[in-house]
Design a protein around this ligand. Structure first.
Ligand code: NAP
Length: 273
């Protein structure tokens, strides 16, 4: 790595900036391509001032995560189509002083899911109606999946379905046994199963409802294996782990950060470390 007067910075805004795995991933990719960028953490305390810093320091781009994905919107100059639909950003690119927000969560999740088979015309049961579920719902619907959204707060699922399309069905988790079929693709887009929460050992899908012909996707990436994915492996389902979405949404971000095709194998190897 050779830092000089031309080195460009890509920063990261999010409360997980101390523990993020992405420094290794992006810097390995930048180095492999010989690009004169550095990907670094930013400890944000005042978001407005932090965004002003991006403008005034000529920071090339920022990755954005919880709790800034929506809060940052008023400080940006434009949003791409995905970010407009989702109503949140996970990437900001500085285009000569114009800050443009984008969102790669939906495309990244879809790519991870389609590594294990197509989604067109398939029944998909999406659990959750928060930011990640919203990104997935638009991407899955555009890809031709038949979408059923269940959420703890049914009104949130109804709002999401109304935004995505009239053919999207909704409900609460009591409908799980009625909705699940052997051919259903099941996606957990809630925070149930996440590390450092009281729900870490829980799954929203009772194990006896899982079937070997199901594809089960988990968005939680820490821990790598959740109760849902362990149950799904035991039931013989095809399992897609949260790490795969993390990889693909980062691959799409890299292209936005640099304009250059990402070295996917390098990023994959660095994420696995
Ligand atoms: P969010 O906007 O806060 O939404 C949280 C969702 O979880 C809501 O649907 C919420 O239901 C539900 N929920 C929370 N606690 C629950 C409980 N005890 N029982 C049932 N449902 C519960 O969060 P998010 O940004 O969408 O993130 C959701 C998950 O996706 C997180 O685990 C996050 O780490 C993961 N994620 C992964 C990636 C990746 O690249 N792998 C990317 C983005 C997000 P209510 O509407 O009823 O509150």
């Amino acid at each position: 790595m050779h830092i000089n007067g031309e080195t460009k910075l890509i920063g990261f805004f999010g409360t997980t900036y101390r523990t993020s795995k992405m420094y290794a991933v992006y810097n390995a990719a930048l180095q492999a391509l010989g690009l004169n960028y550095l990907y670094v953490p930013f400890a944000v305390d005042d978001l407005a001032q932090a965004v002003a810093g991006v403008r005034h320091l000529g920071v090339a781009a920022v990755g954005v995560t919880v709790p800034y994905k929506i809060a940052i919107l008023p400080y940006l100059d434009a949003l791409d189509t995905a970010a407009q639909q989702i109503g949140a950003v996970n990437v900001v690119v500085n285009e000569s002083g114009r800050l443009v927000g984008g969102n790669t969560d939906g495309l990244g999740a879809l790519r991870a899911l389609e590594e294990r088979g197509p989604v067109r015309s398939k029944p998909v049961l999406l659990l959750g109606a928060g930011g990640a579920a919203r990104a997935l719902a638009f991407a899955l619907h555009a890809a031709g999946a038949r979408l059923h959204i269940l959420n703890r707060t049914v009104a949130h699922a109804q709002d999401l379905a109304a935004a995505v399309g009239p053919d999207v069905q909704v409900g609460g988790y009591a409908l799980l046994p009625a909705v699940l079929r052997p051919e259903t693709i099941v996606i957990n887009a809630t925070s149930v199963g996440m590390v450092n929460t009281p729900e870490v050992e829980r799954s929203l899908v009772p194990a006896h409802l899982l079937h070997p012909s199901m594809r089960v996707m988990e968005l939680v990436s820490v821990p790598h294996a959740t109760r849902l994915t362990r149950d799904a492996v035991a039931a013989g389902c095809t399992v897609v782990y949260g790490d795969r979405m993390l990889l693909w949404q980062s691959v799409y971000k890299f292209k936005m950060y640099t304009g250059v095709e990402p070295p996917v194998e390098v990023m994959e190897a660095a994420l696995g470390k």
